[in-house]
Structures are given as structure tokens and as C-alpha cells.
Design a protein around this ligand. Structure first.
Ligand SMILES: Nc1ncnc2c1ncn2[C@@H]1O[C@H](COP(=O)(O)OP(=O)(O)OP(=O)(O)O)[C@@H](O)[C@H]1O
Length: 286
């Protein structure tokens, strides 16, 4: 286990003490992983995907999750989102267990919104109906759904596109709609698995700025998986680096750069030092 520049690193220990003090507005612990292990029983044998992952995430905190391909980032996000049970360990959202053994606790998961690399919008629904689909499934009436979709279109920069169909939107716009859909039922936790991974570099930079504003406006707790170290640092309050085989937390790096962040932030010495430090750590993995 390694120490990062200003960061404390933990593995198997409580990390609540290392929350970045510059974000003193952060609330109590919202998401907690304790002793989380995941073993896949694959045809080629046993794959230890995660081992003893411990992490406490505060309300409103933005966590970026990075690491080499196959280190268990998606596995961890799927466990947090109720899609995959852990082999052992506990995962709680506001004190409620997300998993009871291998059974998912749907009540705890009501606080969670999900965004994937693909927007996965329904092509035959317009943007407003796509965004408000989770509300329809919860029995919210049409008028209230349309009002919420309008509000969310405003938030994610899609105002005026409520009646458009997914095929009429660019990749970045479709991802905005996916973020809006994830936020439709006002979850306090947003889990994002490489949401901008399929976008071109310029659109991605723009989406990072948008996501920063959305995070500030909603106060959501975010766990964001990415392969891009600079994207991870730009967005995060803390960057969690996983190491592969088995996936463990190698380091937790606080990012205390002032918000809102901009292109100037990326040009700063402090930003570049943090990025370089994480790249060195990643190189040590190979
Ligand atoms: N369904 C599965 N069955 C068996 N092994 C799996 C399964 N899903 C993932 N794994 C293995 O678990 C490990 C972690 O995979 P995971 O997809 O979580 O990594 P990742 O960090 O998200 O990778 P990437 O960055 O390439 O998306 C890898 O060794 C992978 O091969």
C-alpha cells in the first residue's frame, strides 16, 4: 500500500479522516464499503476481482475511480448499483444495506441513479419521455413527468429538445439525456461508468464542465469511473486508484483545487502535479 502526495492511503482501514478539508460543506458519510470482496467463478477458474475494499464517501463528494483495465472498477460500480452482489463485505447507502446477502435491497437503491458509457435511450420515445421513464415506472402522472423532464432538460443543457428523438441528437447530447434520466427521481447518489468514454475529446471536455455544474446544482454524491487520469482529477474531490488482481484500493488522492474548475485549472502546476503523481503510480503497476 502506497502513500500519495498529500493523501492518506488505506486498505482495510477507515478513511473518513482523509476527506478533503477544503470541501468542508460535505455532509455525513453517505456510501460505505466495508471489507468488500468479489470472486467470479469463471469457466477458466476463480477470478478474484475485488479484495477487501473499504471506502467511506461523504454526501456531496465526487469520487473518481481509476486503474488499469481489469482492476475491478466496473465490478465495484455494479456492486454499488445493485446489479451484482459482493461475495462478502457490506455496502450501505445512508446506513441502509444495498445487499442482504445476494438479495438486492430495492428501497436502499431508490437513492441511486446510474449512467453508463452508452446512453441506452429508447429510440421510439422522445427525449422528454426517455428522461421521465423512471417516473412513469413509479406511477407519476404525465403532467408531473413532463414538468420534471423540462426542469432536467434545463439542468443538462437540452432545453428545446424535449420533443426530439435520440437519433436527432449528438453523442454528447444523448449522454446529457442519460444523465437527466438518472437524475429524474432525485437520487442523492449518482454512479457513472465511463459516461464520456465514447465521446470525442472536445465534447468530453465540455461534458466535464457540464457535469461539474450538475454536481454543484444537485449536491449529489458521485462515483465516476474513468480511464482518463486528467478527467478524474478535474472532476474529483478524491481520486481512488485501484490495483489489479485482485482489485484493491492502492491510494486515495485528495484534490483540493478550487471550484468551479476551468481550463485554467488544468494548466495549473498543482493540477499537473497530481496527474503526474497518479500516472507514476499507474506505471508502477505495469
Ligand atoms: N462476469 C465475469 N466473469 C468472470 N470474470 C469477470 C466477469 N466480469 C469481470 N471479470 C473479471 O474481473 C476482473 C475485473 O473486471 P472489471 O470489468 O470490473 O474491470 P475494469 O477495471 O472495469 O476493467 P475495464 O477498465 O477494462 O473496463 C477482470 O479480471 C475481469 O476479467
Amino acid at each position: 500500500m502506497k502513500m500519495t502526495q498529500k493523501a492518506t492511503v488505506q486498505d482495510g482501514t477507515d478513511d473518513t479522516a482523509v476527506v478533503d478539508p477544503s470541501r468542508s460543506g460535505l455532509g455525513p458519510v453517505e456510501l460505505e464499503l466495508a471489507g468488500v470482496n468479489k470472486v467470479y467463478q469463471a469457466r477458466r477458474g476463480r477470478v478474484e476481482a475485488l479484495s477487501d475494499v473499504n471506502l467511506s464517501i461523504r454526501r456531496g463528494e465526487f469520487i473518481s475511480l481509476v486503474g488499469r483495465s481489469g482492476c475491478g472498477k466496473t465490478t465495484l460500480l455494479r456492486i454499488l448499483s445493485g446489479l451484482l452482489p459482493p461475495s462478502s463485505g457490506s455496502v450501505t447507502a445512508n446506513g441502509q444495506s444495498i445487499w442482504r446477502g445476494s438479495a438486492r435491497n430495492d428501497e436502499a437503491l431508490q437513492q441511486v441513479g446510474l449512467v453508463f458509457q452508452e446512453a441506452n435511450l429508447f429510440p421510439w420515445f422522445n427525449i422528454s419521455d426517455n428522461i421521465s421513464l423512471p417516473l412513469k415506472l413509479r406511477g407519476v402522472d404525465r403532467k408531473a413527468r413532463a414538468a420534471r423532464a423540462e426542469e432536467l432538460c434545463e439542468l443538462v443543457g437540452l432545453r428545446g429538445f424535449e420533443g426530439a428523438y435520440p437519433r436527432e441528437l449528438s453523442g454528447g447530447m444523448r449522454q446529457r439525456a442519460a444523465i437527466a434520466r438518472a437524475l429524474s427521481s432525485r437520487p442523492s447518489i449518482l454512479l457513472m461508468d465511463e459516461p464520456f468514454g465514447a465521446l470525442d475529446a472536445l465534447t468530453r471536455d465540455k461534458m466535464n464542465l457540464e457535469l461539474q455544474s450538475i454536481h454543484a446544482a444537485t449536491g449529489a454524491t458521485v462515483v465516476f469511473v474513468t480511464h482518463s487520469i486528467s478527467e478524474a482529477v478535474f472532476l474529483a474531490d478524491r481520486v481512488v486508484l485501484l490495483t489489479p488482481r485482485p482489485g484493491r484500493i492502492r491510494s486515495v488522492t485528495p484534490v483540493s483545487l478550487a471550484r468551479p474548475r476551468s481550463a485554467d485549472t488544468e494548466a495549473s502546476v498543482e493540477f499537473q502535479q497530481i496527474v503526474r503523481g497518479l500516472r507514476v503510480e499507474l506505471d508502477e503497476e505495469s
